[in-house]
Design a protein around this ligand. Structure first.
Ligand SMILES: Cc1cc2nc3c(=O)[nH]c(=O)nc-3n(C[C@H](O)[C@H](O)[C@H](O)COP(=O)(O)OP(=O)(O)OC[C@H]3O[C@@H](n4cnc5c(N)ncnc54)[C@H](O)[C@@H]3O)c2cc1C
Length: 481
């Protein structure tokens, strides 16, 4: 039997269900990747993300070649491209791992129907999550809308089933028939219409494994506290790897629990808090899967204050936020980290999102879109879920009308201003007592710090206390900080 494995967001060999099944069931295996031309043209993602994906594909192609498998790629409309590849290669079955984004579900449905018309079978697998939406339900069989209830069921299911990772597949000897021709060189970012950019995080399966081991050997045992401190290497920074499937989430949970079992310095509470973040990831995946309407609008019609009306003022505020020129150091550091690295610390993502929505009163969808265009880990489920959480419209959203105070947040989580100084060089010489609110510097302090407010660094775009009051009045709700 001849099988084709359609790689999508699962760019690895280890614990890869579709590839493993194809190698077990087929005499000949043909790996395929399709560059989705309409999606690339839509500019939903940015250059960093595309460069990272290409880096992952380079390594995947080399790893497959090492096993006698040549990765084919096509550029085009995915339904047509898969159909054409399957037809030309005369395959009997096409294998893939499932994706839960509404557009992907629709695409896969169309591919499945078209292949069936040609008499080609399809086999699909769970991969992107430990448990799919249907596997974790409430007592009534409905999807769960509260994270705490979801988490309890997730852990109960894990204890009951402990799904094991799969070992790297070994294709049968005859697969070599298909790999005599060397894999075609992958396109460059420029050929795909994107800029070539230096990557802050190394792509590929090997790097993902190394980073996981590094994290589990060190930062995980202070994760509970370290994850909130943007100035330290306190979280795993594995999100782009989970996004592109260079690391399997099953493997990550098993390895984290194994690190716990080994004892030593690893703290039980910290490891479990980290796994809970992976459960948040699955929670948002199931929200998207069960309620695909969230991509089009709020999950719930919360009584949130109206957004600012369209016009030059709105555009000016949005541009200042995008460029990291709001005059709020922690917000500006976050946005500039995003531009420089394609990643932003989670605590700071929450601060910049709260600032956009509540201080500037702009629509959360603009922020959601901007993040998708700049993040290496840009993921519809996690991004939409978190933006809706911050906007208080999500399935399990931020409590009431809580508004982050940017200065208090940075005093608490970046007390010495290390993170701010790393990304906002204008503030490098500002003394520690002023780093969170540089506009409070006296003229003399400004001169000594080489940072004149309104010249080298902007004055605050809004008065936080006033913006907070306005948001409160407009929402006519109690605000908690
Ligand atoms: C406004 C906003 C937008 C976001 N957009 C994205 C996005 O597009 N893609 C994305 O992967 N994450 C997103 N997140 C979630 C979170 O910020 C990142 O997953 C996290 O910062 C990644 O860093 P890490 O790998 O070091 O995470 P760790 O702290 O090491 O956590 C481990 C893994 O758990 C998952 N995770 C952690 N926190 C969350 C969370 N709040 N929601 C969902 N999954 C989580 C990630 O896969 C992460 O790699 C967003 C958060 C906010 C507030």
């Amino acid at each position: 039997m001849r099988g084709m494995v359609w790689f999508r967001r699962d760019l690895r060999l280890y614990d890869q269900p579709a590839l493993t099944a194809a190698c077990q069931e087929c005499d000949e295996v043909l790996p395929l990747f399709v560059f989705d031309e309409p999606l690339l043209r839509s500019r939903e993602f940015g250059s960093a993300c595309v460069n990272f994906m290409l880096g992952c594909l380079q390594e995947l192609s080399a790893s497959l070649a090492g096993r006698g498998l040549a990765l084919q790629w096509r550029l085009g409309e995915p339904v047509e491209a898969v159909l054409q590849a399957a037809r030309e290669s005369k395959v009997d079955v096409v294998y893939w791992n499932r994706d839960y984004e509404p557009a992907a579900i629709e695409r896969d449905r169309r591919v499945q129907l078209a292949l069936a018309e040609l008499g080609i079978h399809t086999r699909t697998f769970k991969d992107h999550v430990v448990f799919e939406a249907e596997e974790i339900r409430g007592a009534t069989g409905d999807p769960l809308q509260r994270y705490s209830a979801y988490r309890a069921r997730w852990w109960a299911k894990w204890q009951a089933s402990k799904p094991s990772p799969l070992v790297s597949p070994k294709p049968k000897a005859s697969t070599a028939v298909l790999s005599r021709s060397a894999p075609r060189a992958l396109p460059s970012p420029v050929e795909l219409g994107y800029e070539r950019v230096a990557l802050w995080l190394n792509p590929g399966e090997r790097q993902a494994q190394m980073r996981l081991q590094e994290f589990l050997g060190k930062s995980v045992h202070t994760y509970g506290d370290g994850r909130n401190r943007p100035g330290v290497d306190g979280s795993s920074r594995l999100s782009p790897h989970f996004r592109f499937g260079t690391l399997s989430v099953r493997t990550a949970v098993h390895e984290a629990l194994a690190a716990l079992a080994k004892g030593g310095r690893v703290s039980r509470a910290d490891v479990l808090i980290w796994i809970d973040e992976l459960v948040w990831r699955e929670f948002f995946q199931q929200v998207l899967s069960a309620f695909p309407r969230v991509v089009k609008g709020p999950f719930r019609d919360a009584a949130v204050p109206p957004v600012r009306t369209a016009g030059p003022k709105r555009d000016r505020l949005f541009q200042a936020w995008c460029q990291g020129k709001t005059g709020f150091p922690i917000v500006d550091a976050g946005m500039r980290q995003l531009h420089q690295t394609g990643w932003m610390h989670n605590r700071v993502r929450m601060i910049v999102a709260s600032f956009l929505i509540k201080d500037l009163r702009l629509d959360w969808q603009s922020g959601e879109r901007y993040f998708m265009q700049h993040l290496l880990d840009a993921d519809v489920a996690a991004n939409n879920g978190n933006w809706q959480w911050c906007a208080a419209t999500g399935a399990d959203a931020m409590r009431g009308y809580r508004i982050f105070n940017p200065a208090l947040q940075s005093k608490k989580f970046d007390p010495d201003g290390d993170y701010i100084r790393a990304y906002v060089p204008e503030l490098a010489n500002v003394p520690g007592k002023r780093i969170h609110e540089p506009h409070l510097m006296t003229p003399g302090e400004q001169v000594r710090a080489g940072c004149r407010i309104g010249v080298e660094y902007p004055s605050p775009l809004v008065d936080h206390a006033q913006a907070r009051r306005e948001y409160q009045d407009l929402g006519k709700h109690k605000v908690t900080t």
